[in-house]
Ligand binder design. Sequence first.
Ligand code: NAP
Length: 285
Amino acid sequence: MTRLAGVIGYPVAHSLSPAFQTAAFRASGLDVRYELWETAPESLAGRIVSLRDPKYLGANVTIPHKQAVIPLLDELGGQSSRVGAVNTIVNRSGRLFGFNTDGQGFVLAMRNEAHADPSDRSILLLGAGGAARGIAFALAEAKAGRIGIWNRTSARAERLAADVAGAGALATPVPALSDLSPYDVIVNCTSVGMEGSGTESSAPCDISTARPGTLIADIVYAPAETSLLRQAREAGLPVLPGLPMLIYQGALSFELWTGVPAPVEVMFEAARKALAERHAGGAAR
Ligand code: NAP
């Protein structure tokens, strides 16, 4: 029996997950079809119930449903209940388990692609939305030395810092971005710079005060080089773009569904090809 997996979002047509998950299932010799499941909020409960059928392996969940799916699931695993968001659902004999692989995906990207371990590092997160929450808890688990959190809406940064401190990490809200020299790593977890957001030519902070060697990471993956990353490259700072996090969070989902190691290189190649095709299509229009 061909089994099914897919991504639940609204809208979801832009998702790269079908491209790299399909390549991963094929390369692993697994008979799984990965689909786009565009789901309006009023249809979410019905969509989740349908995943209990044995033909479904599970699903990815994206904007705007990462919080709303939680009460529809049977159990939460990993850090997902602390994070308050689920991006992966696994169907185990009709019971639905929710996980959040975003934060661990970022930590794997940092370790494997930027060759930087979070332990004992001083890390500044820009943003306090869903992705920042996942990353903050994963950095705490990876024993980051200090986590500073800045957000446009400062109350959200204060709440996230308190939640992460409650999990045993040294986490503090950062009210202003005037001096970035205390940080080893700066991570943009806001949507500033994202294609289609109207902020493509903006960066969330001015990195001129960052000290030499500071790793500048951006979790925005389209465009491949955001304005922030361009400024960092021009300043000679090491950079980590958003695509590796996307691939590693998907690789962790793949492993939760299948129990098989994810073919990460195949997934990178398929995602890069899909992005290139999308840009070629955009240029043609
Ligand atoms: P979210 O929950 O909606 O949070 C959005 C964040 O961006 C909030 O901190 C918000 O601040 C901030 N923000 C939005 N517009 C801003 C502006 N003009 N100036 C300053 N801050 C602004 O979204 P999310 O799920 O965390 O996603 C954030 C970004 O990460 C998106 O671009 C998403 O595509 C990307 N992402 C990438 C991956 C990956 O695998 N690479 C995974 C997940 C998400 P306020 O609180 O003040 O509104």
